[in-house]
Design a protein around this ligand. Structure first.
Ligand code: ZN
Length: 284
């Protein structure tokens, strides 16, 4: 009994993860659903030469999402190099698209790289230096597919609880390491748990370290279901969705690709495409 209790408690704490304590999230804790249908979701290697695109989706137990529209020529989000950085959790657009962001970087499942290579789902990666530094290389094939790396601190500190000096090093030192590893300075920053996002102190640190916006989220993917901030529990055009690089030990035995497939089903059911967040942003 004791062992079971401990495992459940740990799993719940990890599921809460990035969203725990965030002012942006609903008060109720996430309640992951049971792992029914797992067998049906397992990728199968069966492929028919007749329709390779839909076979790629079928391989992962999925129905194809609608294709994303062309990137808007006039970017709805315009960032500048000076002044306070904006904080946003959705993009103002009428396109029926949502944006997928994936945080931290703990799980480094090769199957996920295969899935993204197959399905070409655009993702934005908010990486935490000390969580990815054992294998920076894992994220490079994902980057090579056009997915950008952004800043999610050095060690996932709760930023409102640390000194101004530590806060700045959390942003600046991660910015330096990620720039060095991935060859491009992160454009965006996300504070762990969304904590401190609206404070002048963090805004100043982000400005000084290089990122040009603080990006939060509207929905948070759990194991099978999404947590919605909106009372109607529906995706809206331009919503930013949060997911995590997590594996079986954090997902009650489910894999990263099973979690991601569930997320795509929730998006597909509601008729949305996944667009690339950076395509809607003008860096300035
Ligand atoms: Zn995080």
């Amino acid at each position: 009994m004791k062992k079971t209790y401990v495992l459940v408690a740990v799993a719940m704490a990890l599921v809460a993860g990035c969203s725990a304590g965030a002012a942006q999230t609903p008060a109720s804790p996430p309640v992951p659903t049971s792992s029914g249908g797992k067998a049906a979701e397992s990728p199968s290697a069966v492929a028919s030469p007749a329709s390779p695109a839909s076979d790629k989706w079928a391989k992962w137990g999925l129905t194809a999402l609608p294709p994303a529209p062309a990137a808007p020529a006039d970017k709805p989000v315009k960032l500048t190099a000076t002044g306070p950085v904006p904080v946003f959790s959705e993009v103002p657009t009428k396109d029926k698209v949502v944006f997928v962001t994936i945080d931290d970087g703990a799980e480094k499942d090769p199957k996920f790289v295969e899935m993204i290579t197959d399905l070409k789902i655009p993702i934005s990666m908010f990486l935490t230096r000390d969580i990815v530094k054992d294998n920076y290389g894992y994220f490079k094939p994902l980057q090579a597919l056009g997915n950008q790396v952004h800043n999610h601190t050095t060690d996932h500190a709760q930023l409102s609880k640390v000194s101004a000096e530590k806060q700045k090093s959390e942003v600046c030192d991660a910015q330096t390491a990620l720039t060095q590893q991935y060859g491009k300075a992160p454009l965006l920053f996300r504070p762990p748990y969304g904590d401190g996002a609206h404070t002048p102190q963090l805004n100043t640190s982000v400005q000084q370290c290089g990122p040009r916006a603080i990006v939060l989220w509207r929905e948070s993917m759990q194991i099978h279901d999404m947590q919605y901030q909106a009372a109607d529990k529906k995706l809206k055009a331009g919503d930013i969705v949060l997911a995590h690089f997590r594996g079986p030990k954090d997902l009650k035995g489910e894999t990263m690709t099973e979690m991601f497939a569930e997320m795509l089903r929730r998006i597909q059911e509601q008729g949305f495409a996944v667009a690339r967040l950076e395509d809607y942003i003008q860096a300035g």
